[in-house]
Design a protein around this ligand. Structure first.
Ligand SMILES: Cc1cc2nc3c(=O)[nH]c(=O)nc-3n(C[C@H](O)[C@H](O)[C@H](O)COP(=O)(O)O)c2cc1C
Length: 438
């Protein structure tokens, strides 16, 4: 029998309320609004009923665009994450509340204070997903213009986070302790106004998988929101790489929790699983979404094409600038992606939309509750992840079947908690004290 490297590992769940993006089905009659509080309330209370570690929000500080037009093939717009989580703090008791906030356009004194406030008001349940953002146009929103190159974004993020930690740790009830910084990025003098929370300070999440992103995580993060939530081997390779980087950074190999984003489809038997999977994929990649995705690959507007027809015959634009973000398409070669789409279409006789489904569908797990519970347990016990950040394919009801059908199966296998044992997010995740408190 193969050895099980982590025989007692438990599956940790977060729910990623994705907001804008086509991975959530917004067009079905059962779908809710991405803005109404009722949707967030329903998802968060279901997650808490399912003993999830956290409710997780992404961030987009600018409406999505494509070739200068509003990208609204699914939905447009979303409320500010910290505001939304503060509202949820009032109606939940244990659930962690994680806000994605970028370090490129925010300012440390302001953001550290807002996150500390959420942490204190929620009784130590806040998390901060530190991203650098690849949307270059966001700068215009802040009248700052311009953008930072990839390496500089991570440099700024590291300094930003170090400064935020200093601000959190400088709190004192008896004296005004100022934190000062005068560097190329930041010029601040701040006296903290918010006390420490029950968990010390917000749990630090990170998302970004370039070598610079991985080193940043190994040096600074406590949880990684990774994109490796579909195939076991790439997930384990990523986790092994992070473990090695942690040790190289002088931290224990188990000092980080890795929660890949994933989607889960459950049904009672194999035939129903296949039918439901197909339905989800078809709803996610509508004709308009397929044309938008192809337009991003080709670098030009293809909205006049028939999504159920062939791929465009012309060559892609040579430009290295993304038509939806304004930034350099870091490392992505358009011609190579087009060649890959074409060979797939030729080999399988696929239409444009079918190719878009095959290449961009982000699917995690599909099966009966028992099958999926076995597979998730295998992932955590063989070191591929510590759990998952689940995007329900439909909100607000998509989490119901996970909580009602999957979690009891995981509990039967001894790989999921049967009650919360702590009150803070740090305790749910089984993390050590914050790095700056050791
Ligand atoms: C799983 C995942 C989720 C992300 N979520 C966001 C987000 O909500 N908002 C954002 O501005 N950037 C987000 N990012 C993008 C990162 O900010 C970063 O710009 C991008 O991944 C490039 O970094 P990398 O080259 O290290 O991967 C996310 C990245 C990953 C991998």
């Amino acid at each position: 029998m193969t050895e099980v490297p982590f025989p007692d590992a438990q599956v940790h769940f977060g729910v990623f309320f994705q907001g804008v993006n086509h991975h959530t089905i917004w067009t079905d009659s059962a779908s809710g609004s991405q803005i109404d509080f009722e949707t967030f309330r329903r998802v968060a209370t279901t997650a808490e009923r399912g003993l999830f570690d956290a409710f997780f929000l992404g961030e987009g500080l600018r409406l999505r665009e494509q070739d200068g037009q509003l990208l609204d093939t699914d939905i447009a717009g979303r409320p500010d994450a910290i505001t939304q989580l503060a509202a949820l703090a009032g109606i939940t008791d244990r659930l962690g509340l994680v806000a994605t906030q970028n370090a490129t356009y925010n300012e440390p004194a302001d953001l550290a204070r807002r996150l500390a406030s959420l942490d204190v008001l929620s009784g130590g349940r806040a998390g901060w997903n530190v991203v650098t953002t690849d949307n270059a146009w966001t700068g215009a929103n802040f009248r700052r213009g311009g953008f930072l190159e990839h390496a500089q974004r991570y440099e700024r993020a590291a300094e930003f986070l170090a400064l935020a930690r200093e601000i959190w740790d400088a709190w004192s009830e008896t004296e005004a302790r100022a934190v000062e910084r005068d560097s190329a990025q930041f010029r601040v003098r701040i006296t903290p106004t918010v006390p420490r929370s029950a968990q010390g300070h917000p749990v630090i999440f990170q998302a970004g998988v370039s070598p610079a992103g991985r080193d940043f995580a190994a040096a600074q993060a406590e949880v990684i929101f990774s994109p490796f939530g579909t195939h076991f081997e790439p997930a384990r390779e990523f986790a092994d790489d992070i473990r090695a980087r942690l040790v190289a950074a002088g931290r224990p190999a188990d000092d980080i929790r890795i929660l890949p984003g994933t989607q889960i489809v459950l049904a009672e038997n194999t035939a129903e699983v296949e039918e439901k999977k197909r339905w989800v994929l078809e709803q996610q990649i509508t004709g308009a979404t397929a044309l938008s995705l192809a337009g991003q690959v080709w670098g030009r507007d293809l909205s006049h094409l028939d999504p159920d027809g062939p791929l465009p015959s012309e060559d892609p634009e040579a430009s290295a600038i993304s038509s939806t973000r304004g930034a350099q398409r870091d490392g992505q070669d358009r011609a190579a992606v087009v060649a890959q789409w074409r060979s797939l279409a030729d080999a399988k006789g696929l239409t444009l939309r079918q190719v878009a489904v095959e290449t961009t569908a982000r699917f995690g797990f599909a099966g009966t509750p028992g099958q999926v519970a076995d597979e998730l347990t295998r992932w955590v016990r063989h070191g591929a992840s510590h759990g998952f950040n689940i995007t329900p394919y439909q909100v607000p009801t998509g989490l119901d079947e996970i909580v009602e059908l999957l979690i009891p199966e995981l509990q039967d296998r001894g790989s999921y908690r049967t009650a919360y044992t702590g009150t803070t997010l740090r305790e749910h995740l089984g993390l050590r004290p914050p790095l700056s408190h050791r």
